[in-house]
Design a protein around this ligand. Structure first.
Ligand code: KIV
Length: 281
């Protein structure tokens, strides 16, 4: 069954946790879709985990459309959310609507996600008015890494916690269909989840949220270097890949690969004739 804005809302109402993972390509999306994940996010984290940038800021609309289209081709039942990259919605409301439309029309996404609270409510309203579902993103919003002075947990002081609650209510009022809560204290995420009628999806926000999202490279053990405290490694796919690649190198160098079963046959008479013609007897 296709996951939609309404099925995800029903999951919140019935207490059935929503599962979301990031994906950036067709094959991974297809596997996730077959596993039954509710939603795939083409996060602008692709800048870091797929393209090797230091943060998400260099990601372009063209990058997002390219990867969103690949994911959409693999995701049959999954609700596909595409991130709006840095500076694709900050300059003007008009440009934001045009860019959101491109992620739907050219990328095949079911919704777009953008970062911010009260400051982006006019943008959320305009995109929703164009019949495009919007997922909001509050807390440790990576596009604000320079403004925050690093990737730091948000909402810990009384004032910051109050602002986050107010922002959550404002984005809901503006028409957001869901909100990602990233890098905020679990007890605060719990309160926000109870106050909102729309689903909350946590990442580093505890298990009181209506659902969870993780970057797939992190949860499958593919990330190189440091991972955040909130990441759980559900598999060691990196180890599996390293073993497979090393075995391939060893077997190719030693001549074990390709074996008989990996090769194509030719009639003995044909090859005998070729050998004769080539003077190889
Ligand atoms: O870009 C991304 O992958 C995200 C998730 C971490 C929520 O925004």
């Amino acid at each position: 069954m296709k996951n939609t804005v309404s099925t995800l809302l029903k999951q919140k109402q019935s207490g059935d946790k929503i599962t979301m993972l990031t994906a950036y390509d067709y094959t991974t999306a297809k596997i996730m879709d077959e596993c039954g994940v509710n939603s795939i996010l083409i996060g602008d984290s692709l800048g870091m985990v797929m393209l090797g940038y230091e943060n998400t800021l260099p990601v372009t609309m063209e990058d997002m459309i390219h990867h969103t289209a690949a994911v959409s081709r693999g995701a049959v039942n999954t609700f596909v959310v595409a991130d709006m990259p840095f500076m694709s919605y900050q300059v003007s409301v008009e440009q934001a609507v045009i860019n959101a439309g491109r992620l739907i029309k050219e990328g095949g996404a079911n919704a777009v996600k953008l970062e911010g609270g009260a400051d982006v409510c006019d943008v959320i309203k305009a995109i929703v008015k164009a019949s495009i579902p919007v997922v909001a993103h509050l807390g440790l919003t990576p596009q604000s890494v320079n403004a925050f002075g690093g990737f730091k947990v948000q909402g810990k002081s009384l004032e910051a916690a109050r602002t986050l609650i107010a922002d959550a209510l404002k984005i809901q009022e503006a028409g957001a269909c869901m909100v990602v809560l990233e890098g905020i204290p679990a007890k605060l995420a719990d309160i926000i989840t109870k106050k909102l009628t729309i689903p909350t999806i946590g990442i580093g926000a505890g298990n009181g949220c209506d659902g969870q999202v993780l970057v797939y490279q992190d949860m499958l053990g593919l990330t190189i270097g440091h991972t955040a405290k909130f990441v759980k490694r559900f598999a060691e796919a990196g180890e599996l890949m390293r073993k497979g690649i090393s075995d391939y190198i060893d077997e190719t160098k030693s001549g074990v690969f390709p074996a008989e079963e990996h090769t194509y046959k030719i009639d003995d008479e044909v090859i005998a004739e070729i050998i004769k013609e080539e003077g190889l007897e």
